[in-house]
Design a protein around this ligand. Structure first.
Ligand code: AMP
Ligand code: MG
Length: 401
């Protein structure tokens, strides 16, 4: 049996970052740059004021209080028409370019206007650069704006928009095939009769979409070797394949044989975890194949721990594993040694710590036990007891509302 950490590492070692395409910035959200982006504009284009106040020569106000002559008022969107000389100031609003000669801004609250604004009393000395947003503070034309590998979040998008850059190169979205196996399954839009609804494929498709992939549901294969093989034949050309069920050692578990018949190289098929011990990982060329467990909670948990990082890596992220956050155990837990448990938990902030409370039902067949969970609480492989207050690692889940 493979350890959870090894399984995560091996998966990422086999996961390619996909080839680049140029897409609109809005569509690049969640993907990492496939090439560095160079600034086309220097921004801000001029020194400007970070406050409503007065642009001054810092040397003039070192002996504050002092009174200066106000030569002009400049609003954001206007350019100053005058430089300031000794003993002079310009009234500036936030965002207004600084006039030549000024090297600092005194905030309005530290001043008093005199003679209807013709002069100003400055109450506080400021050093050069105070409340000045320097020219080029965000970007210098020709310099690297965002290095290769930068994940595009909303501030990065804003930085690109400020440059007038509307498109960037990022990895293409992974094409992900989803398929289900089991005689007992039907589609959610069919009358079930004696069958149960295949929830794994549509739920995993949502998780794939949220992670930036393009899901395609291929359908359900009955527990018949030929039918399972035929469905897997249709996975050629996908970047990642997620099947669920049929990977344990039951008499009707045909997934592994079907994958081998397809030419998939199976790297492991049992991981020392709960839920989700039957978990298969294989590759066919650059495509990744995951045989997830059939139990609905297990398939979602194994998606979070093993599949989501692979999707992130395909999309160019260096930080592919979900960063774990430190927490504390709220309720005592016991288990035998041997498997790493990923307990579905809710959290509460108390005394500056994140207290994790595993949901009372951890049955892997229970969807309800998964609905309110926001974190997976890691109960380490060889640990057998966790007492209230013990430190523990928490993995925030992507499936939460
Ligand atoms: P298996 O891995 O085939 O032994 O399935 C384990 C459990 O998961 C069984 O109770 C199945 O009915 C259930 N199951 C399998 N596939 C799905 C699916 N696609 N959606 C919901 N439940 C499933
Ligand atoms: Mg089955």
């Amino acid at each position: 049996m493979t350890d959870a950490d090894d399984a995560q590492r091996w998966i990422l070692e086999k996961t390619p970052t996909l080839s680049a395409q140029t897409v609109p910035v809005a569509d690049a959200l969640g993907r990492a740059l496939a090439a560095e982006v160079v600034a086309e504009r220097t921004l801000p284009p001029w020194d400007n004021s970070a406050m409503d106040g007065y642009a001054v020569r810092s040397a003039d106000v070192s002996g504050a209080p002092v009174t200066l002559k106000v030569v002009e008022t400049v609003y954001a969107g206007q350019m100053p028409k005058r430089a300031i000389g000794p003993g002079e100031a310009t009234r500036v609003m936030t965002g207004a370019p600084l006039p030549p000669g000024a090297d600092a801004v005194v905030m309005q609250e530290k001043t008093r206007a005199l003679d209807d604004g013709a002069r100003v009393e400055i109450h506080e000395a400021v050093t050069a650069g105070t409340f000045v947003r320097p020219k080029g503070g965000d970007a210098r034309q020709g310099a690297v704006l965002l290095p290769l590998g930068t994940p595009i979040g909303i501030p990065e998008a804003a930085l690109l928009y400020a440059q007038g850059i509307g498109e960037v190169p990022v990895p293409r979205r992974p094409k992900v095939a989803l398929l289900s196996t089991g005689d007992e399954l039907c589609r959610y839009d069919e009358a079930p009769g004696d069958r149960i609804v295949d929830t794994n494929a549509p739920a995993l498709a949502l998780a794939v979409k949220r992670a930036g992939g393009e899901p395609t549901i291929l359908g359900i294969a009955r527990d018949d070797p030929a039918e399972v093989r035929a469905l897997f034949e249709r996975t050629r050309g996908f970047d990642l394949v997620l099947s669920s069920a049929g990977v344990s050692v039951g008499e009707r578990d045909f997934v592994r044989d079907a994958l081998e018949a397809l030419g998939v190289q199976v790297h492991f098929w049992k991981v020392a975890i709960k839920p989700g011990k039957p978990l298969l990982f294989g590759t066919l060329g650059s495509a990744l194949y995951f045989g997830l467990p059939g139990n609905p909670a297990s398939s979602l948990v194994t998606f979070e721990v093993f599949v989501l990082p692979a999707l992130r890596r395909m999309l160019g992220h260096q930080q592919a594993l979900t960063p774990r956050v430190p927490g504390r155990v709220a309720v005592a837990q016991h288990k035998p040694a041997g498997l790493t448990h990923f307990l579905r938990a809710t959290v509460e902030v108390r005394d500056g710590a994140l207290w994790a409370k595993p949901l009372p039902t951890q049955l892997s067949g229970s969807l309800r036990s998964t609905t309110r969970a926001t974190h997976l609480m890691v109960f380490p492989k060889d640990a057998t007891r966790l007492e209230p207050g013990d430190p523990v690692e928490l993995i925030p889940v992507s499936w939460a509302a």
